[in-house]
Design a protein around this ligand. Structure first.
Ligand code: G6P
Length: 615
C-alpha cells in the first residue's frame, strides 16, 4: 500500500508525477503529496489529506515547475490521515525530502535517539524518522546522500520503498527498496521514471529495471543507473521489457474499473488458458512449472497460502486438486501461517496465490517455507512482482492489470489456473480416466463463451440490487466447491458497499447464523445442480420457514426452485467443478450495483488498498 512515483529528466515533472499518482491511487488514497525542485533549486513540498484530485486542486496556484520530483499517495499506517502526516516528508533542515511505502518497525527507538540529538518532529510518521536519520548521518559522517541512505538503511528494521531528493545534490534521485516494490523506467531521452509498479511508467517507456531486496539506486539524468546493495556490493541492472498495454489501464467507456474488469472476464479467463489448454490433443501445458510436476506429484501435500480474495481462490483450488488429482491440500491465510511455526518439510509444495505479487504476509509466508526447504510455486497476476520472483517457479494468470480495489477478474483467472493445474496433475497421475479428462477439458474451453452469455443478463441483478440496497446485513451460503464462492460473494458486498455480510457453508446455518434470519434478511444461496443439490434445497426451506428472503443462483432452466425462493439468477449449465467460474460473476455484479446505488466509491472503497505491502 501507498504508491510512490518519481521523475528525473528534461520534462516538466509535475504532470508526470500527478498522472503517475492517479495510476497508483488503488494502493491508497488517504492523502497525497509532491516535492519538486524549482529553477532556483528550492525544494517545494505540497501535500494534503484526501485524494490525488485534492492534491491537484491544492497545487493549482503553486509553483510546480521543476524537472525532478517525487510524489506519494498514502494508505495510513502510522499517524492519522491528515496534511501533516502526508508524504513527502522534509528533514529538519528542509534540505531533504523523502517518500516511503512500507513500515519502519524500529522507528520509536530511532526517533528517541534523534530527539536526544536535537531533532524535532512535525508528524507522527515512521517516515519522518527515516529522513531525519539520513540527515543526521550526512551531517555527522560528512558523506554524500547515497552513502547516508545506505548507512541509514542498515539501521532500519522493516519494509520500505523510498525515493529521496536533496538540495545539496539537486541533480540526483536516490531510490531503494526492501519488502515493498519499486520499478525504474528507463526513458528514451536520458530520463528516468520511478514507481511502485509499472502502470505509471508504461506510457513513457517499456524498458524497466526492477530493484531487488535491499538495493539502492543512484539515478541521474543521462547517466547509467548505479545500483548497490545496502551492504555496499555493486549490482548490474537487468533491463526487462514491459508487456503491458496502455489501454488496459483506462476505463474504456465503463463508469468504473470494477465494472470494466467484471466484463473483461470472458477474455481474461480465455487469456489465462491460452496456449495451455488443448482438448483436441488431450494436453495441458503449464510451461512455468513443467520442471516441477514430478516434485508436486511426489509431495506429501500442497499448502496454498494467500490473503483476501486470493485465499478464496485457494479454497476452490483445494477442492479441485483433491477431487481431481487426489493430492492432500491445505489452505492457509498467509498471515496466520507465517506466525505459527508451521511444520513444513522438503516434501511439501507451497503455492502462493497473489494478484499483486506484493502482499507482505504472502511474501513472508513463502520466505518461511523456502527456509524450511519446501518447493515454492506462485500463481500471480503481476509479471515481475516480488512473489513471482521469489518463488522457484510459477504460472502467471495473465488477467491483465486489475485496477479496481475489489478483485474480480484476477479471482476467476486464479481459479482457472488452479483448474488447469488440477487437471494436469490428474492426467499425470491417471487419477481420472482419459475420457473424463477430455470431457472436462472440452467443457473448460467453453467457459469463456458461457461467461459472455452470463454477462448479458443484467436486468434481474439490477432488480435484486434495488430491492436489497438498503439492507444492513446479508448472508451468503454455498456447499462444497461453492462454499468459497459464498465467502467471496460476501467479501465483495462488504468491501464496496459497507454492508455487513457473512459467508457460510450452507449446512452450518443451523449452528448459529439461522438465529439472524427474519423477514428482512437477504440470504444468497449458490444452489446450482450439484451432488448435494437436494441438501441445499433443504437449507433453503429452513430459511424460508423463518421468512428470510432467498436469492438463489441456479442452473439455467431450473423450474423447481422458482416456487420456493424469492429471486433467482440463472447461470449456464456446466460441470460442477467449474461452477465457481460462473457463479462468482453475478455476485460481483450484484455487489457492484448495490454499491453504486448506495453512492459508494466502487473503485476505491474506504480504508482499503489493493496491494497490501504492510503486515
Ligand atoms: C487486498 C485487496 C484484495 C486482495 C488481497 C490480497 O486486501 O483489497 O482484493 O484479495 O489484498 O492481495 P493479492 O494481491 O495478494 O491477491
Amino acid at each position: 500500500m501507498c504508491g510512490i512515483v518519481a521523475y528525473i529528466g528534461q520534462k516538466n515533472a509535475c504532470p508526470i508525477l500527478i498522472n503517475g499518482l492517479k495510476r497508483l491511487e488503488y494502493r491508497g488514497y488517504d492523502s497525497a503529496g509532491i516535492a519538486l525542485f524549482d529553477s532556483e533549486q528550492n525544494l517545494n513540498v505540497y501535500k494534503t489529506k484526501g485524494k490525488v484530485s485534492d492534491l491537484e486542486n491544492f497545487i493549482k496556484d503553486k509553483n510546480t515547475e521543476g524537472k525532478i520530483g517525487i510524489a506519494h499517495t498514502r494508505w495510513a499506517t502510522h499517524g492519522e490521515p491528515n496534511d501533516v502526516n502526508a508524504h513527502p516528508h522534509y528533514s529538519q533542515s528542509k534540505d531533504i525530502a523523502l517518500i516511503h511505502n512500507g513500515i519502519i518497525e524500529n522507528y520509536a527507538p530511532l526517533r528517541k535517539e534523534l530527539e536526544k540529538r536535537g531533532f524535532t518532529f512535525q508528524s507522527h510518521t515512521d517516515t519522518e524518522v527515516l529522513v531525519n536519520l539520513i540527515e543526521d548521518i550526512q551531517q555527522n559522517e560528512k558523506v554524500d546522500l547515497f552513502e547516508a541512505v545506505r548507512i541509514a538503511l542498515n539501521q532500519v528494521v522493516g519494509a520500505y520503498a523510498i525515493a529521496i531528493i536533496s538540495k545539496k545534490e539537486p541533480y540526483t534521485l536516490i531510490v531503494a527498496r526492501k519488502g515493498s516494490p519499486l520499478v525504474i523506467g528507463i526513458g528514451k531521452e536520458g530520463d528516468y521514471y520511478i514507481a511502485s509498479d509499472a502502470t505509471p511508467i508504461i506510457e513513457h517507456t517499456r524498458k524497466v529495471v526492477y530493484l531487488d531486496e535491499e538495493e539502492i539506486a543512484l539515478v541521474q539524468r543521462n547517466t547509467d543507473i548505479c545500483i548497490k546493495t545496502i551492504k555496499n556490493e555493486e549490482k548490474t541492472p537487468y533491463v526487462h521489457e514491459l508487456e503491458m498495454n496502455l489501454q488496459e489501464l483506462e476505463k474504456g467507456g465503463f463508469n468504473h474499473f470494477m465494472l470494466k474488469e467484471i466484463y473483461e472476464q470472458a477474455s481474461s479467463i480465455r487469456d489465462s488458458m491460452r496456449g495451455r489448454l488443448h482438448p483436441e490433443t488431450d494436453t495441458i501445458s503449464l510451461g512455468g512449472i513443467s520442471d516441477y510436476e514430478q516434485k508436486i506429484l511426489r509431495a506429501d501435500r500442497i499448502i496454498i497460502v494467500g490473503c483476501g480474495t486470493s485465499w478464496h481462490a485457494g479454497l476452490v483450488g483445494e477442492y479441485l486438486l483433491e477431487e481431481l488429482a487426489r493430492i492432500h491440500v491445505e489452505v492457509e491465510y498467509a498471515s496466520e501461517f507465517r506466525y505459527r511455526n508451521p511444520i513444513i518439510s522438503e516434501r511439501d509444495v507451497v503455492i502462493a496465490i497473489s494478484q499483486s505479487g506484493e502482499t507482505a504476509d504472502t511474501l513472508a509466508a513463502i520466505r518461511l517455507a523456502k527456509e524450511k526447504g519446501a518447493t515454492i510455486l506462485g500463481i500471480c497476476n503481476v509479471v515481475g512482482s516480488s512473489i513471482a520472483r521469489e518463488t522457484h517457479a510459477g504460472v502467471y494468470t495473465h488477467a491483465g492489470p486489475e485496477i479496481g480495489v475489489a478483485s474480480t477478474k484476477a479471482f476467476t483467472a486464479q481459479v482457472t489456473v488452479l483448474t488447469l493445474l488440477a487437471l494436469r496433475l490428474a492426467q499425470l497421475k491417471a487419477s481420472i480416466t482419459k475420457s473424463r479428462f477430455k470431457e472436462l477439458a472440452i467443457e473448460l474451453e467453453s467457459i469463456p463463451e458461457k461467461v459472455k452469455q452470463l454477462l448479458k443478463n443484467d436486468e434481474q441483478i439490477i432488480k435484486i440490487a434495488e430491492r436489497f440496497k438498503d439492507t444492513r446485513n446479508a448472508i451468503y451460503l454455498g456447499r462444497g466447491i461453492n462454499f468459497p464462492i459464498a465467502l467471496e460473494g460476501a467479501l465483495k458486498l462488504k468491501e464496496i458497499s459497507y454492508i455487513h455480510a457473512e459467508g457460510y457453508p450452507a449446512a452450518e446455518m443451523k449452528h448459529g447464523p439461522i438465529a439472524l434470519i427474519d423477514e428482512e434478511m437477504p440470504v444468497v444461496v449458490v444452489a446450482t445442480s450439484q451432488r448435494i443439490y437436494e441438501k441445499v434445497i433443504s437449507n433453503i426451506q429452513e430459511i424460508k420457514s423463518r421468512k428470510g428472503k432467498v436469492i438463489a443462483i441456479v442452473t439455467e432452466g431450473n423450474q423447481q426452485i422458482k416456487d420456493i425462493v424469492d429471486y433467482i439468477i440463472e447461470i449456464p449449465c456446466t460441470e460442477e467443478l467449474f461452477v465457481p467460474l460462473l457463479a462468482t460473476i453475478p455476485l460481483q455484479k450484484m455487489s457492484y450495483h448495490i454499491a453504486v446505488m448506495r453512492g459508494c466509491n466502487v473503485d476505491q472503497p474506504r480504508n482499503l488498498a489493493k496491494s497490501v505491502t504492510v503486515e
